[in-house]
Design a protein around this ligand. Sequence first.
Ligand SMILES: [Zn+2]
Ligand SMILES: [Zn+2]
Length: 171
Amino acid sequence: MPFLNVERLKKVKGERRKVTFTDSLPALLLDDNEFIFVEPAQFALTLTNVGNSAINVEGEVQVALKVPCNRCLQNFVLNLNLPFSETYYEKNQPTHSGQTEEWIAYSGDVINITPEVMTTVIMNLPMRFICSEQCQGLCPVCGVDLNQEQCSCIQQDIDPRLAKLQELMKS
Ligand SMILES: [Zn+2]
Ligand SMILES: [Zn+2]
């Protein structure tokens, strides 16, 4: 899990440090479904001491999440490049002048950013998971994966106006 060591950084106001590293993330729980990260997340972050040992963390996180396609139901890897921006304040320090309710408390020399990273992933998930724009999905009649095989089902796509006309002709 991603931890930031701020032992030295927290001592000097205005001090800035860039860090890049990879680290694994726990499975993501969403609506009773568990999604797994297929490879370690990549972090590129800039840490800035904004005073009173408060640390601003800003940069990018790249993750690869295994999800099922909404159309064909096959699992695929969704790559996301996420902006990350949080400020952490030292619990025992006096309140910082620019502090807001969104700041997150830390204590000691290490900040665990895992909860905020997970929230960032959830906030940036697309509304629907689609494996590819060309995904044909499943046949609504027999259920075969139309990306893999063809079926001989007749796709009834009757124009609603025509359907009405047929109704009228019957009566
Ligand atoms: Zn698909
Ligand atoms: Zn079919």
